[in-house]
Design a protein around this ligand. Structure first.
Ligand SMILES: *Cc1c(COP(=O)(O)O)cnc(C)c1O
Length: 464
């Protein structure tokens, strides 16, 4: 845009944003099963936004100048530590999200082993893509461990076999994002410890729910810092702690393990810089909002939210199992319901659900794993399940009636604008995403990555 010559009135600017926001998927109301985490609690957003506003201009760059932020960060880390088995030596930091927590866990491991010239990271294929990103950014090689197509878990023996003299970190998930499956953390941490290698547990998704699910009687294996050999763990507060976006916690078992996470630099004429996280200037907004949300919901509040979520997960899983041709990819053991379709097209099913107001997350086939639909289930879904079940059955019937999906006849080597036009992209997304998803699903990962980069690059152009 060009700046308006004279500034616009506040109400007008807010109206512009409201108009833009109307094109977005619904962040509240339990109809969007990815990207957003909604507890469905009245008044929580107002509280979070007030707290955010109080601290938005505070800078985490220097905690001695802004002790309020240090106090709130230490409080959030303390809350995560007591939920996740932290002992007396535990330390941690608030990061901007799961990706940053994982990148810093990898950085701490890499820089904690300065004698390893070509550091390597061992992670199951079901580990979050952010591990691949961390490896790429940090110049660490990635060793992927297969999972059983039946249990979606890696075998500890395969993890052990992947560990070599250059391995600086072994990682696993509690649970995995794609399927909600908890890896055998104790066994993996044991083989890592036996090799003298750090072990990070990615509990970004489930770290705030698994302890409550356990209190509700769900069988949850030990996955946190109480497990010998686990050296660090991450949990995203902007997921199941239901805080606004931009807050995750990375915990280390002790301060020595954390030390190489820091970056310090005094070799320039400006201020001596010491940063625990990737950002240097850091807004206090997300941290204050998270502090407010945690203290307002409280322990009993999170237990009640987990209970509602568990109820929704069980009812959704039952709804899936009741539909002919739908199959759960894994029995739900956390807050993910993941299912596939047999006898009809799963991407068409996702479109049919979207047409009925349910926004799910299609996942592409990987190795022996079929394409699937992912549902991240939050507390706000519970009152919606009774409407979802008949819509799921109707959507499946419609997908079956639509018959097999023919791959669109578009040459992938055409210039992107031509390709997009052929796929039905105009001003916005095509009405049916199934042909696009089917095409991407059939495209080898490396080509898919290149296509998606071009697509995003095509969207991300300045409005002049
Ligand atoms: C969401 C998630 C991440 C990445 O977190 P962001 O906040 O999106 O950066 C990493 N690991 C798991 C298991 C996740 O669910």
């Amino acid at each position: 845009m060009s700046l308006p010559k004279d500034g616009l009135p506040a109400e007008q600017v807010l109206d512009e944003i409201r108009a833009l926001r109307s094109a977005d998927r619904p962040t509240h109301g339990g109809r969007l099963f990815a990207y957003v985490y909604d507890p469905g609690l009245d008044g929580l957003d107002d509280l979070a936004m007030s707290a955010y506003a109080l601290s938005a201009h505070v800078n985490g760059l220097d905690p001695t100048a802004f002790p309020s932020l240090l106090a709130m960060e230490n409080a959030l880390v303390g809350a995560a530590a007591s939920l996740l088995g932290g002992g007396p030596g535990v330390v941690g930091n608030v990061t901007s999200g799961g990706t940053e927590s994982l990148m810093l866990a990898v950085k701490a491991a890499r820089d904690g082993a300065p004698d390893v010239a070509r550091p390597r990271l061992v992670v199951p294929v079901t580990g979050h893509a952010a591990f691949a990103k961390a490896a790429d950014y940090l110049g660490v090689a990635l060793d992927l461990v297969p999972v059983s197509p039946r249990t979606l878990r890696p075998a500890a023996a395969d993890v052990a076999a992947a560990i070599g003299p250059d391995t600086v970190l072994v990682a696993c998930s509690a649970p995995s994002y794609a399927h909600g499956v908890v890896d055998p953390v104790a066994e993996i941490a044991a083989v890592a410890a036996a090799a003298g290698v750090r072990c990070h547990v990615d509990a970004c998704f489930g770290g705030w729910t698994l302890p409550y699910l356990r209190r509700l009687g769900v069988e949850v294996p030990a996955f946190d810092l109480s497990v010998p050999g686990v050296t660090s763990i991450s949990v995203d507060l902007h997921k199941y702690a239901y805080t606004p976006k931009g807050v995750s916690v990375l915990l280390h078992r002790d301060a020595d393990l954390r030390r190489p996470q820091y970056f310090a630099y005094a070799g320039w004429p400006g201020y001596s810089m010491v940063n625990p996280v990737i950002s240097s200037t850091r807004s206090g907004g997300p941290i204050a909002a998270a502090y407010a949300v945690l203290r307002h919901i409280g322990d009993n509040g999170y237990l009640a939210l987990a209970s509602r979520t568990l109820e929704a997960v069980r009812e959704l899983a039952a709804a899936v199992s009741a539909v002919d041709g739908l199959r759960l990819v894994a029995p739900p053991e956390s807050t993910v319901v993941c299912f596939t379709a047999e006898g009809f097209d799963v991407f068409t099913l996702a479109d049919e659900l979207a047409a009925r107001g349910w926004h799910t997350q299609p996942q592409f086939a990987y190795g022996e794993l079929p394409a699937s639909i992912h549902l991240s289930v939050t507390a706000s879904v519970a009152p919606r399940v009774a409407e979802f079940a008949p819509d799921l059955a109707a959507a499946a019937e419609a997908a079956r009636a639509a018959g097999p999906l023919a791959l669109p006849e578009v040459p992938l080597d055409r210039p992107l604008p031509e390709l997009l036009a052929a796929l039905g992209f105009g001003e916005g997304l095509p009405e049916r995403m199934a042909p696009v998803n089917a095409l991407l699903n059939a495209t080898p990962p490396h080509m898919r990555e290149a296509l998606l980069v071009d697509f995003l690059g095509h969207l991300q152009r300045p409005t002049l």
